[in-house]
Ligand binder design. Structure first.
Ligand code: NAP
Length: 476
């Protein structure tokens, strides 16, 4: 039997994980199509000042590619990107990588998939792994008058490093995970910084620190030390899901320390969130409340009314702006948004997902054989490392790819699975009333996994007779 040909779409952390595991399994007939000019996905795109990860690096890294010498508990964007580059190099992925190659269409053609690239090229593959991420399409609000703004304006994930913000009057729109990292950096260089907040967030102190030389040496030299530390971090984070499952517990566990952190500042307290803890991402920062005390920094909670040539108008007040930074998040619920995917009988993914995206295990959609999604619907986390989930998805897909036969999900099994996801979602903090990037505008939670990651591990591990339709093979 010929080795199965695999097309991976996207060279972010998920796509690279798939590629490395294919290599580890001895499968080398694969191509990674990456629309950008480099690998790294979100860690390539988000180069804003202060960018980093709010999950400890020993857990936010591949279990099979540990790095013993993370300089500190929470890595910066540059360190993570360098780690991903190192992994790609170690596994010899360079020869498999097609940069600047944007897949715009994928069509099932009976024996596999035909891919159409933006430049008109076509390619075929037996299996397609879509690793396009949930946070790759920046969202910029259509503010009245924005087109007439004469200063610089850009999104946090498309940072214009050619534009010097030193000494400028800067406006930042949004106060989510990106803003909370870039605001303290901008406050240091700007003349004035105006932060436009629509909804306040729950913010906890960031328990960051450097690793000592002794610790790094121990991680490298003592057998099992790094692995033990990773597991300690994993279980610490895993227990945090209790706050997402039981909103009242979250209010005590997170609400109290968050309120304390906000109160410890001088001056009037910043606005307090009025939605359940965790409904939006819980943020961690040691600078956020201190930055708000700076005389050059103003937090504006009035809605933005319009943008003029040199200012932002909110609450009837005109505030000068030389630059507007949109830390306004991503079009997160449009999974595979920019790509047309045509499955069996000509049905498109967009048609199947009209009421919101869903997939069996977040990985497979009935009627779309041999297509595997990584970081797909209902697999995002609020409490732990997404790479844990991605590794489970990669293992699940790899098992099917190795078999080399046509595999499709049984529609009834997929429907049953999704009903379970929806059932467990009820009662979580996300099903309560708050707007977030985890939900469609209609309120369906399409992005988050509604349980402990251990449960996801088991769901992807346990045999489920009859859940897959395989051509010429028993259940895998
Ligand atoms: P986000 O969490 O979606 O935050 C967007 C912010 O922009 C929110 O404050 C939102 O307000 C505001 N906003 C959106 N549209 C607006 C409008 N029209 N007018 C005024 N305000 C508006 O986006 P993000 O901060 O880029 O983070 C997205 C996700 O990326 C995070 O949740 C996290 O998963 C990931 N991330 C992770 C890290 C990390 O450390 N690992 C760092 C950065 C990002 P509302 O709340 O009212 O919608």
């Amino acid at each position: 039997m010929d080795a199965p040909r695999v097309a991976i779409i996207g060279a972010g952390a998920s796509g690279l994980c798939m590629a490395m595991q294919l290599k580890r399994a001895g499968l080398t007939s694969f191509t990674i199509y990456e629309r950008g000019a480099d690998l790294g996905g979100t860690w390539r795109d988000n180069t804003y000042p202060g960018a980093g990860c709010d999950i400890p690096s020993h857990l936010y890294s591949y279990s099979f590619a540990p790095k013993h010498d993370w300089p500190r508990k929470y890595a910066s964007q540059a360190e993570i990107l360098s780690y991903l580059r190192g992994c790609a190099q170690r596994y010899g992925l360079g020869g498999h990588l097609r940069l600047g190659a944007e897949v715009v269409r994928a069509e099932w053609i009976g024996r596999g998939w035909r891919l159409s690239l933006a430049d008109g090229e076509q390619a075929e593959a037996q299996f397609v792994v879509a690793a396009t991420g949930q946070l790759s399409e920046p969202s910029v609000p259509e503010l009245p008058g924005l087109g007439g703004f004469r200063g610089a304006s850009f999104h946090s994930a498309r940072w214009d490093h050619g534009h010097d913000l030193e000494g400028q009057d800067v406006a930042v729109v949004g106060t989510g995970a990106s803003a909370i990292q870039l605001v303290p950096e901008l406050a240091r260089v700007s003349r004035s910084l105006t932060i436009y907040q629509r909804t306040p967030n729950w913010v906890l102190p960031k328990p960051d620190r450097e690793f000592s030389r002794l610790e790094k040496a121990a991680f490298a030299a003592v057998p099992g030390a790094e692995r033990l530390y990773r597991w300690l971090v994993y279980w610490t984070y895993e227990t945090r899901f209790v706050a997402f499952r039981h909103p009242r517990v979250g209010r005590v566990l997170v609400g109290a320390p968050a309120a304390l952190a906000a109160r410890s500042r001088a001056g009037p307290p910043p606005p307090r969130p009025d939605y359940p803890v965790g409904c939006k991402r819980i943020l961690i920062s040691n600078d956020w409340f201190r930055v708000l005390e700076r005389p050059s920094v103003e937090l504006v909670t009035d809605p933005i009314e319009e943008v003029t040539a040199h200012a932002v108008v909110a609450g009837g007040r005109v505030r000068r702006a030389d630059a507007i930074i949109f830390a306004t998040g991503f079009r997160s619920t449009a999974f595979l948004g920019g790509m047309e995917v045509v499955g069996k009988e000509g049905r498109t993914l967009a048609e199947v997902w009209q009421g919101g995206a869903w997939a069996y295990l977040g990985v497979a959609v009935p009627g779309f054989p041999n297509l595997f999604l990584l970081y797909g619907p209902n697999t995002n986390l609020g409490h732990s490392s997404i790479l844990f989930m991605v590794e489970r998805q990669v293992a699940w897909a790899l098992r099917r790819i190795r078999a080399g036969v046509q595999v499709d999900v049984d529609p009834a099994a997929a429907t049953r699975y999704q009903a379970g996801v929806e059932r467990r979602m009820g009662g979580t903090v996300w099903s309560a009333g708050c707007r977030s990037w985890y939900k469609t505008p209609e309120g369906r939670v399409t992005n988050n996994w509604p349980s402990y990651t251990v449960r996801y591990w088991w769901e992807t591990k346990r045999p489920r007779p009859g859940s897959l339709r395989l051509a010429g093979k028993e259940e895998l």
